[in-house]
Design a protein around this ligand. Structure first.
Ligand code: FA5
Length: 359
């Protein structure tokens, strides 16, 4: 056997014996690498005479091709064997129950906020926002709340340390300052709602120091109490998902509305732990409202002779408690995951209300 034939059969044996891809790579480098046995032989061709090269050249090329092909074939076979082995080891038991998914839920307040926004959007209202830390002027003064009003006292309101420029700020006690911001920054017609966080020094089962309100404001020519009543009626029907409701208006007082009204909705609480809307002998308190006070319009640069408007402010937490049967307002903010799993929502259910606010 010639040297070339002996080398070939030795290399083919090594290739066939390579147990895995790493061992095969060692054989490949030893044969075909820069300093490999075949590469070294190829280098000797240059020193041969043309006649010798004619004989030796095809022999060495044949050796190199045979070894290259054998390596490729062994590599493919090893790869396939490895895959077979993996597949055999990775059997899947499709009868096993799935692992429980640890998904979060939508907080009832977020759900109610989405529902309220969608209902008012259906009536042509857009959303306006204001900061939680509000100017005293917007929270009180421009809303016609005089300096001696009880809401301004330290025991009712969270005050923020006075600013360097001497201006005074509070954690807003209601969403009504967004009315001021909207009127100062835009011209009628105005039709906005402003849902958001509000703060008062208050804490029991139905009062929280941080709670949520939604404000609605409509300013245009010829707006009257009928528009306010229609808006509340349509909103309540959509929110409580009932076709017929009965509302009761009670005279009230807010410095920023004249006249001021508080609204109740007929309900039935005769079955303990259950509340039914639309019938019964009880009344459910919804929140405050009224026609925007002439002084507030003037304080915010609106021509009170030409325009009139209504505003309302409802407590979102209380509405969520009523709609979803939650007894204690404080549970909303305790961050108890078990509570959230029970009262949270898997997906948003947004009712839609067609039509708009017609005069
Ligand atoms: C106001 O805050 C007025 N700004 C509402 C308004 C707006 C009147 C526009 C006229 C025109 P009141 O203080 O009544 O009003 O609060 C409104 C609602 O917020 C209440 O009906 C109640 O649902 C809710 N609320 C008040 N204090 C708390 C509290 N500490 N925790 C939870 N909800 C509260």
């Amino acid at each position: 056997m010639s040297d070339v034939a002996a080398l070939q059969s030795d290399l083919l044996a090594q290739i066939a014996g390579a147990a895995d891809e790493a061992a095969l790579e060692v054989v490949r480098v030893a044969a075909l690498g820069k300093k490999g046995s075949i590469s070294e032989l190829m280098k000797t061709l240059g020193a041969l005479s043309p006649e010798e090269r004619k004989v030796q050249g095809p022999l060495l090329n044949g050796l190199r091709d045979a070894v290259t092909e054998a390596i490729a074939a062994r590599k493919a076979a090893l790869g396939e064997a490895a895959l077979e082995q993996r597949l055999a080891g990775e059997t899947l038991d499709i009868t096993l129950p799935p692992r429980p998914e640890n998904s979060g839920t939508v907080h009832p307040i977020s759900q109610v906020l989405e529902e309220v926004t969608a209902i008012f959007a259906g009536m042509g209202f857009s959303v306006a926002e204001g900061p939680d830390v509000e100017h005293d002027d917007y929270n009180f003064t421009r809303l016609n709340i005089p300096p001696d009003h009880p809401a301004r006292q330290m025991q009712d309101t969270f005050y923020v340390a006075p600013q360097a420029d001497g201006s005074s700020h509070v954690l807003r006690t209601h969403t009504s300052p967004v009315q001021v911001r909207t009127m100062l920054n835009g011209k009628p017609p105005i039709r906005i709602i402003s849902p958001g966080r509000t703060y008062r020094v208050d804490s029991d089962a139905t009062h929280s120091p941080m709670f949520h309100q939604v404000e609605a404001l409509v300013i245009d020519e010829g707006i009257h109490l009928g528009h306010l009543k229609w808006t509340i009626e349509e909103f309540c029907k959509a929110f409580f998902e009932i076709d017929s409701i009965e509302l009761r208006a009670r005279p009230s007082f807010f410095p920023f509305t004249e006249p001021s009204l508080e609204w109740d909705m007929r309900c039935d609480r005769s079955v303990p732990g259950k509340i039914t809307f639309g019938s019964g002998q009880d009344w459910l308190e919804l929140g405050g409202s009224g026609m925007v006070h002439r002084k507030v319009l003037e304080n915010c640069g609106i021509d009170a002779k030409r325009y009139s408007g209504f505003a309302l402010g409802f407590g979102l937490d209380r509405m969520a408690m009523l709609k979803y049967g939650i007894a204690d307002i404080r549970s909303f903010f305790e961050g108890d995951v078990r509570w959230l799993k029970h009262y949270g929502f898997a997906a948003l259910v947004i009712p839609s209300l067609e039509g708009g606010l017609s005069k």
